[in-house]
Design a protein around this ligand. Structure first.
Ligand code: AMP
Ligand code: ZN
Length: 470
């Protein structure tokens, strides 16, 4: 049974969807003010693995990931480049979609944009005002944290008592852990800022309200799982809980699952520290998306991952070995039948793989199981003991594992096409032999050229024609 570490209870707990069928997952998505760095992408790869594994366990997965296209940073960026907010954010939204495709991250069920849900955000703000959890000051609306006694339950942040409206008010989207305070649900527009009309005057939503609104809009008042990086626990997720539970009176999230940071020399990779690589930076340096994804999977999601180019080079070599293994598997000279040894080994690997993943998504452990099996298969190949049916069984196992890992998808698809391709090639070679026998050398040459264009080299020997790939 799958168990996940829940930040809310600070322990690992058995997980299944509340309704036993559909896993409702909300993942905090990108703020589209710039290109994502690979720290951000580590968090998205982690939620991808989580959703892939939920599907592997047989549940239908509905993952919603927001696109934050209005906040302090997007507004500042649009103003400095002289673009409208939507022109500015659209560019980075498209980069984000390209990045996740490059990293073989499965698309979420929905990617709602904040600016397309302003009405619903205003409605939630109004509900909070009506229920006495919020108050207005000069066109700004704040959440009154003293009206919600459970404030701080996720992060452990102290609110130190205080009467209604008695806390300091925090204006920015993000603030320090020590600073629990009333936070903005709606912000009055400053001159020249993009704004929307509202009952409290022109303004825009605060950052936290968008996630409460868009998660509940698509997934209902109680989510099975909410993900994000650990930096979001406070204030973002604490505030999401306050807004949502104060409005609905229902528990907002069953499992809070947070991914640790990608760090560089002990410090969080971030734009503000300037210690970051984007995906494009790494691709330009010649690293493959496959190795980058592998590197992001080398640490457990609750451990910091220390990013280095050396580590990435190691991943590159590991992936090359994996690819070579997959490519040669369907085309080995084999003994007939299938060996019991391989079938047993695969059964054992399947059980271990699931055991690792069930244990709070132990991906490094699951990768270890895959590579152990590859090592053992190579030993059998070298000993000439692999049999006819064995490669297919190994490839089936790798395909199952890859539905979770997403590391060798292209290679496996190619290997699956191989036998069919081989048949086509052999049919063309037979046709060419016939043409040669018939003295139709023009047609024989045509076939040779056609195969050469596909990278197939023919060699005519005394015992017949043999072929190989270039
Ligand atoms: P942002 O685009 O800044 O809203 O961040 C998108 C996601 O990336 C959030 O879930 C953050 O928690 C996460 N994140 C930011 N920096 C890092 C990092 N260095 N390592 C891992 N995740 C990060
Ligand atoms: Zn969020």
């Amino acid at each position: 049974m799958l168990s996940l570490y829940n930040t809310a209870t600070r322990q690992q707990q058995p997980f299944e969807p509340a309704d036993g069928k559909i896993a409702r997952v909300y993942s905090c998505g990108p703020t589209v003010y710039d290109v994502a760095h690979i720290g951000n992408l580590r968090t998205f790869v982690f939620s991808d693995i989580l959703c892939r594994y939920l599907a592997f366990k047989g549940w239908e997965v509905r993952q919603v990931m927001n696109i934050t296209d209005v906040d302090d940073k997007t507004i500042a960026g649009a103003i400095s480049e002289g673009l409208s907010l939507s022109e500015y954010t659209e560019k980075y939204t498209q980069y984000f979609f390209e990045d996740i495709e490059t990293l073989n991250i499965k698309p979420a069920w929905k990617y709602p944009r904040a600016t397309e849900h302003i009405e619903q955000m205003q409605a939630l703000v109004q509900t909070l005002l009506d229920k006495g959890h919020a108050y207005e000051v000069d066109g700004n609306v704040y959440f009154d944290i003293s009206s919600f006694p459970a404030y701080g339950k996720l992060s452990g942040v102290q609110t130190a008592g205080g009467s209604s409206c008695g806390f300091s008010r925090l204006e920015g989207d993000e603030y320090e852990r020590e600073e629990a305070g009333d936070f903005a649900l709606w912000k009055a527009a400053k001159p020249d800022e993009p704004s929307w009309d509202s009952p409290w005057g022109p303004g825009r939503p605060g950052w936290h309200i968008e996630c409460s609104v868009m998660s509940m809009e698509y997934l209902g008042p109680t989510l099975d799982i909410h993900t994000g990086g650990v930096d979001l626990i406070f204030p973002h997720h604490e505030n999401e809980i306050a807004q949502s539970e104060a409005a609905t009176g229902e528990p907002f999230v069953r499992f809070w699952v947070h991914g640790e940071h990608l760090v560089v020399e002990g410090e969080k990779m971030s734009k503000s520290l300037g210690n970051f690589y984007t995906l494009r930076d790494l691709l330009d340096r010649g690293y493959s998306p496959q190795a980058i994804r592998h590197q992001l999977l080398t640490a457990h999601y609750r451990q910091q991952l220390n990013f280095t180019l050396d580590g990435l080079e190691q991943s590159e070599r590991t992936m090359q070995r994996l690819n070579t293994f997959i490519a040669r598997l369907p085309r080995l000279p084999l003994l007939e039948g299938s060996s019991e040894e391989v079938a047993d080994r695969i059964e054992e690997a399947q059980a271990k793989f699931e055991q690792m993943m069930d244990d709070d998504l132990n991906v490094p452990g699951a990768l270890g199981v895959v590579f152990e099996l590859i090592k053992d298969t190579n030993t059998l190949i070298d000993a000439g003991e692999l049999r006819d049916q064995d490669p297919m069984m190994v490839l089936d196992f790798l395909t199952q594992a890859d539905s979770v890992l997403g590391l060798m998808t292209n290679q496996l698809e190619e290997a699956a096409r191989e036998p069919a391709l081989d048949k086509e090639i052999e049919a063309l070679i037979a046709e060419r032999e016939q043409a040669r026998k018939d003295g139709d050398f023009a047609h024989a040459d045509e076939i040779r050229d056609q195969l050469a264009a596909q990278g197939i080299i023919l060699e005519d020997t005394t015992t017949g024609t043999i072929w190989r790939r270039q």
